[in-house]
Design a protein around this ligand. Structure first.
Ligand SMILES: Cc1cc2nc3c(=O)[nH]c(=O)nc-3n(C[C@H](O)[C@H](O)[C@H](O)COP(=O)(O)O)c2cc1C
Ligand code: SF4
Length: 643
């Protein structure tokens, strides 16, 4: 063990003695049954994280009654005694690996999706959530009492099921948070008005929970210390509220931020800085004596720094543990370089939260299906040639080597990484760079042989005679068939990011998809260019996860990037681009450089040529169809687990 890591120090929280200061942040896994009970997949998912060495696991947001509390279609439930048996299996599985087990109890309030409950959402006041767009109804005093009792009953069930504690979900705009917030609570009775009155609902919940579970059970509280909405909660009030929580007997405060309407502050995408919520935890820590947990875009170094500087007592890791359940164990055994980084692209975790599909991860295909996607030794060791050293090829090589195969990667270029090389150029893509470094190192350490600058011709394959070919030859930037796109002033996003082409001062980026918008941000922010984006669709960032869209859009706006939607590129001239809308109207924009970000085309024909050149041939990644990192990893695992 590395003694210098404060993260690895044991700590006492409430009634619990934790083996270290890392806790798994509560994250709705969408692995519950429709009735809110646990599944085998859910137990496997949490068990993998407990086995990975985390100090405590806070099981996801779990609804407390069978009325309006369930926030989404696939939420976990503790609304009835029928839930106890399954939740007990879950707690048992977590604790068997030395982690403490807590469960977050929650009422979704105005942010509930009515399709999840079949009822109109309820709230302190009838103010619709701008994300769901649904008008809630104001709760009557008698209903308030019933909900508080439901929280107490859910806590009682958690204790009966063997959990070490509950975390009361007072964050993210859900019911308790919305009572505290002046943004959503406009009541004129004893639950509305000044802070003390808005806090009453939460404090009464705590009191009832504590009365029900007694003192030998941990009761924590999660808050949004800043809601990041105009007129919403800020640290000024939430720090005063934290003192009230402490006085009410709460054992720890877990400091998050945001509500659905500022969702990018709940699950911070890569376009927001690392660990930027630490100041909120610090603000709370200054006024209470109970342990404070910081959360939000932490990796091990930011987490350690927060503890070293005394800004928090524990760190909650959410997506980092989705991406790598073994993070704590790797840290403890000095294998930091082996930690697979979360890239904060939200493709799999949050994107599928939005569609109520089970938890997945763009860099960890085993997430949410730990049983099916286990890397086991192959029955027969085979010689495997991977053609193409992009991320799909590298991941396939890594996993194949872990399964015991003899693996060689043959890459035509002089560097490994494929499109991730240019994709990780902008500073805000730091985590993508780390992922690429990780993939390359893991392949090397796993004994994968790499041949750079080598084309996998039929004769080379004939000589090497691999039993298995994994074809991952990638994709090319699409050059639209538009007059002038072959001019000197036009370049692909890839060429510009790689520095192969030097853009002039005025740049027009064609395409407002993810590549176009990221390139535009890079040009404006890091190269100081005056940037305009044109997009033929009426929307930008189509298919990109909501929080990522919000954050990227906000940052482009801050940088003064102008976006024209609904304009199709018609011509590139020497000093301008000409676009037309669907009515044929003309828009001319001055441009020294035109950056093409109009999509990627799979190298399907190239890939097809490898068929029949080995006993087993698998085509994976972008050359099958140009898609996201998520699919590159998914394809790689699916193929390699068959070999
Ligand atoms: C898929 C997903 C589901 C989440 N569900 C919950 C939840 O049930 N309760 C909660 O308080 N926060 C939830 N969060 C927020 C996380 O607990 C955490 O605060 C956030 O992801 C930032 O931490 P991280 O950067 O370590 O992931 C969720 C986040 C994700 C990505
Ligand atoms: S899907 Fe992306 S953001 Fe989510 S945990 Fe995995 S790497 Fe992180």
């Amino acid at each position: 063990m590395n003694e210098h890591w404060k993260l690895l120090e044991p700590v006492k929280v409430g009634t619990m003695s934790l083996r270290n200061r890392m806790v798994m942040s509560p994250m709705e896994s969408r692995l519950s049954r429709p009735d809110g009970s646990v599944t085998r997949a859910m137990i496997d998912y949490y068990e993998a994280r407990a086995r990975g060495g985390v100090g405590a696991i806070i099981v996801e947001n779990t609804f407390v009654d069978d009325r309006e509390s369930r926030s989404s279609l696939s939420s976990s439930g503790l609304h009835s005694d029928h839930m106890i048996a399954g939740k007990s299996e879950l707690a048992e599985a977590i604790k068997a690996h030395g982690a403490a087990a807590l469960i977050q109890i929650s009422h979704g309030g105005r942010q509930c999706h009515p399709e999840a409950t079949g009822r109109q959402p309820v709230a302190p006041s009838a103010i619709p959530c701008k994300v769901t767009g649904v008008m809630p109804r104001e709760l009557a005093p008698v209903e308030i009492e019933e909900i508080q009792d439901a929280f107490a009953e859910a806590a009682r069930r958690a204790k009966q099921a063997g959990f070490d504690g509950v975390e009361v979900h007072g964050a993210h705009g859900y019911l308790i948070c919305s009572f505290l917030s002046p943004y959503t609570n406009k009541r004129t009775d004893r639950y509305g008005g000044r802070l003390e009155k808005r806090a009453l609902f939460a404090l009464e919940v705590i009191k009832k929970v504590r009365e029900k579970v007694g003192d030998d059970f941990t009761v924590g509280y999660r808050m949004s210390a800043d809601e990041y909405v105009p007129g919403g909660l800020t640290l000024e009030e939430t720090s005063r509220f934290a003192r009230m929580l402490e006085a009410a007997g709460v054992d720890y405060v877990h400091v998050s931020a945001g509500i659905y309407e500022s969702g990018h502050h709940i699950v911070q995408p890569m376009y927001l800085p690392k660990a930027y919520l630490v100041h909120l935890a610090w603000g709370i820590k200054k006024v209470v004596k109970i342990p404070v947990i910081t959360v939000g875009a932490h990796d091990v170094s930011t987490a350690e720094e927060a503890l070293q500087k005394g800004k928090a007592d524990l760190v909650a890791l959410g997506r980092s543990l989705i991406a790598d359940p073994e993070l704590p164990e790797k840290l403890a055994s000095g294998r930091i370089g082996d930690i697979r980084p979360c890239i904060r692209g939200n493709e799999g975790c949050s994107s599928r939260f939005d569609t109520a599909e089970p938890q997945r991860c763009e860099v960890n295909p085993a997430c949410g299906r730990e049983r099916e996607f286990r890397i086991t030794p192959a029955a027969v060791r085979k010689s495997v040639m991977v053609v193409g050293g992009g991320i799909s090829g590298l991941e396939a090589a890594r996993v194949a080597a872990l399964r015991g195969h003899e693996v060689t990667v043959v890459e035509k270029g002089e560097r490994l990484g494929g499109h991730l090389i240019e994709a990780s150029v902008p500073k805000f893509k730091e985590k993508t760079r780390q992922l690429l470094d990780w993939a390359i190192n893991q392949a090397h350490e796993g004994g994968v042989k790499v041949r750079l600058g080598t084309e996998a011709t039929a004769s080379l394959i004939g000589q090497a005679r691999p039993e298995v070919l994994l074809v991952a030859v990638g994709s090319d930037f699409l050059i639209p068939p538009v007059p002038g796109c072959d001019k000197e002033c036009a370049a692909t996003a890839g060429e510009v990011l790689l520095g192969k082409r030097t853009p002039g001062d005025k740049v027009v980026v064609v395409g407002a998809g993810l590549i176009g918008c990221e390139t535009a941000l890079y040009l404006a922010e890091e190269l100081n260019k005056q940037v305009t984006i044109v997009e033929m669709l009426d929307e930008m960032l189509v298919g990109v996860q909501g929080a990522c869209q919000e954050a990227l859009r906000e940052r482009l706006q801050e940088m003064g990037v102008v976006v024209h939607l609904g304009w199709r590129l018609d011509e590139v001239s020497d000093r301008a681009v000409v676009c037309r809308d669907e009515k044929g109207q003309r828009l001319e924009i001055e441009a020294d450089t035109v950056v093409l970000a109009t999509g990627l085309v799979a190298r399907k024909d190239v890939a097809e040529r490898f068929k029949g050149l080995a006993h087993e041939v698998y085509i994976i990644g972008d050359c099958l169809q140009a898609r996201k990192i998520y699919h590159c990893f998914e394809d790689a695992w699916r193929a390699v687990l068959q070999i």
